[in-house]
Design a protein around this ligand. Sequence first.
Ligand SMILES: [Zn+2]
Length: 299
Amino acid sequence: MSNVALMRFTARTIACAAIVAFAACGGGVAADSRQTSDSSTTQEADSAGAKRESAAVKVDGNIPLGAAVLLRCYPSFVKEYRDGKLEMADGSTIVYNDGREKSFVEKLDAADPEDMFAFDYNMTASTPEYLQDAGRSRCEALFKKMYGSSAAAVQKHLVSVNWFGQRLQFTNVNGAADSLRAVAAELARHPNLKKHLRSSGTFYWRKVRGAQRQSAHSYGMTIDIGVTNGGGGGDYWQWKNPGKSETAKITYSNHMPLEVVEIFERHGFIWGGRWYHYDTMHFEYRPEILMYEKLKNQQ
Ligand SMILES: [Zn+2]
């Protein structure tokens, strides 16, 4: 297949796959249904998604899948992909792929948008595969642009979410707070899970322990639950493997029921328990990771 034909094929595949995936991507559905009305049907949401997707893919006929997914999941901020750059709503641009060969740690510490899709988010494996940490890689320029570049800037967007009697601060940017409310509503139908749900925190402007990059908790779209976990305790890779480096082989441990995880994932949240460097208390609003995983498997 010639390069041009291959590019056309790829673009078409992205467009079709994204439309198919729209109904299945929790974050996407939640975001779009809010823009219409509570009674909007999946069909209406699908056609709205299809329109936006075809507009996005038309730009130059050769959009990397990760860029197409960012356009779809963050339409208020990521407006176009052109000449290798994401064009943002405020007129600035972010280079999609800086072209640098990166080590595992560099993909976390110096991520461009492309690096965010370098890892597998495997929703079927019983334990995460070696160094597969999808979602731990975050392009800081992109996240600071969307959620705020300082504690004060992020705090301006925080709203209160009732989480089983706890009042949590969560960002309303990208529909994250409404998505968390939808998670709570669905979890409330499963009283047997309640003992796993107590939150130990959401917003906290800080660096990742032992690193220079910003923690996802800085952006207000992340929640920790289940630290006490009905007596089971939370599982974090450094607690279970003290002194191990980021590239060492480590042992896995989890006490969070998958039922809880699947409800979060339906609403656009990824789970830290699917990371090789696991953090089973951690849920983070990252609809692009879920959509990318679905689309790449359809190609
Ligand atoms: Zn966390």
